[in-house]
Design a protein around this ligand. Structure first.
Ligand code: KIV
Ligand code: ZN
Length: 409
């Protein structure tokens, strides 16, 4: 069945849907442990990586990119141990086009039930000239040789065109064709520098898949960075263009402004299934736990207003919103907090809160006040909220107890 059926906003949306119910599966490729860990300051210990990988596996991630084995002995060992312990997920390691990288990666992922080698090389003019100092024909040769080398280790080989969105179209197509011919089963076209826009990225996938012979032999993949805040939108646009794998990270962790956030992609697909007719294998109830774990082990706090997993993602302060929420949660919530593993909506008491929410809060705290006492207490609460940034339950309790004792009720 469609997992989206449990999401609050979805039932109504489906009623109006004209999209076929033949939802296509999109693979979720999590790179928190590789691209995410490349965030300055986000490195994780061996034990922490195993903990994150275990949760990702249980959560339903199709492919876990566990690390970059050539980068260090520590990376090699953690990829190898994650490969040994994997239960359901494909375990991928990253490697450049060099044979020593690929062989080290092959060795690391070998113990996995489903191992994958992910090999990449830059294809854009600026990267080829300044970073690689290679001519396009040399790069093309590396593509074929690296993929073929990886295929000696595993059947599941992913090839990425680094800086793909700034690559000349004809050359990109030649590289993709060479990678498929050499045996790549997944073709990733990353937006390495977060430069593309949704319509452009969608068009790119449509055109590459139309142009390259045997494109249907590979699964196409999106990999978006968030430099312009477009990573999730671009990822979904790439899927609209025919990609069926999304590379993303928990909390959008990653180089510079980060990668596309896994939790946002998964919940967008579930909540707007009417216009995003895809399914993923992710169990969304794990999203909050995964966010908290990754936040804790990397020491990267999640911004309060972060979609899906931020502290305020299901919190309401304004009186108008709180009143609506108390009448029907769907007035201001398009997802149910419990669907993503958040215990409950929180009505935050502050100067914008109204009578309805205040009465509800008193009742939660076990107070029943008569009309006059309630009116007085509400006035005092508003005065307090004007003076104090955060009004906690204890503040309200103290205020009401004082109200009761001065009234002698
Ligand atoms: O952003 C990027 O291009 C990458 C590749 C290594 C896939 O992370
Ligand atoms: Zn990346």
């Amino acid at each position: 069945g469609t997992p989206a059926a449990t999401s609050a906003g979805n039932d109504a949306a489906n009623t109006n849907s004209s999209v076929s119910s033949e939802a296509e599966h999109v693979r979720i490729f999590d790179t928190t442990l590789r691209d995410g860990e490349q965030s300055p300051g986000a490195s994780m210990t061996f034990e922490e990586k195993l903990q994150v990988a275990e949760l990702l596996d249980e959560m339903g991630v199709d492919i876990i990119e566990a690390g970059f084995p050539i980068a260090s002995n520590g990376d090699f060992e953690s990829v190898q141990e994650i490969a040994r312990r994997s239960k359901n997920s494909v375990i991928a390691g990253l490697s450049r086009a060099a044979f020593k990288d690929i062989d080290r990666c092959g060795e690391a992922v070998k113990p996995a039930g489903q191992p994958r080698i992910h090999t990449f090389i830059s294809t854009s003019p600026i990267h080829m000239k300044f970073k690689l100092q290679l001519e396009p024909d040399e790069v093309l040769q590396h593509v074929s040789e690296s993929v073929a080398r990886a295929r000696n280790w595993v059947d599941d080989v992913e090839w990425s065109a680094e800086d793909g969105t700034r690559t000349e179209f004809e050359f990109l197509c030649r590289c993709v064709e060479a990678a498929i011919k050499a045996g790549a089963t997944t073709i990733n076209i990353p937006d390495t520098v977060g430069y593309t826009t949704p319509l452009e990225y969608r068009e790119l996938f449509i055109k590459v898949r139309e142009t390259v012979p045997n494109a249907d032999k590979a699964v196409f993949s999106v990999h978006c960075h968030n430099d312009l805040g477009l990573a999730v939108a671009n990822s979904l646009a790439g899927v609209a263009g025919g990609a069926r794998q999304i590379e993303c990270t928990i909390n959008g962790l990653g180089e510079r402004a980060g990668n596309a956030a896994l939790e946002e992609i998964v919940m967008a697909i579930r909540t707007r299934h009417d216009v995003l007719p895809y399914t993923t294998s992710i169990k969304p109830q794990f999203l909050m736990r995964a966010s908290k774990l990754v936040g804790a082990v990397t020491n990267f706090p999640v911004q309060y207003n972060k979609a899906i997993v931020g502290k305020n993602a299901f919190a309401h302060e304004s009186g108008i919103h709180q009143d609506g929420m108390l009448k029907n949660a769907e007035t201001y919530e398009i997802m149910k907090p419990e669907d993503v593993g958040v215990k409950a909506t929180s009505l935050v008491m502050g100067k914008h809160s109204g009578r309805h929410a205040f009465r509800e809060k008193l009742s939660d705290l076990g107070f029943e006040l008569g009309d006059n006492a309630f009116a007085d207490a509400f006035r005092r609460f508003k005065d307090l909220a004007d003076r104090k940034k955060n009004v906690y339950d204890e503040d309200i309790e103290a205020l009401v107890e004082d109200e009761i004792s001065t009234r002698g009720d």
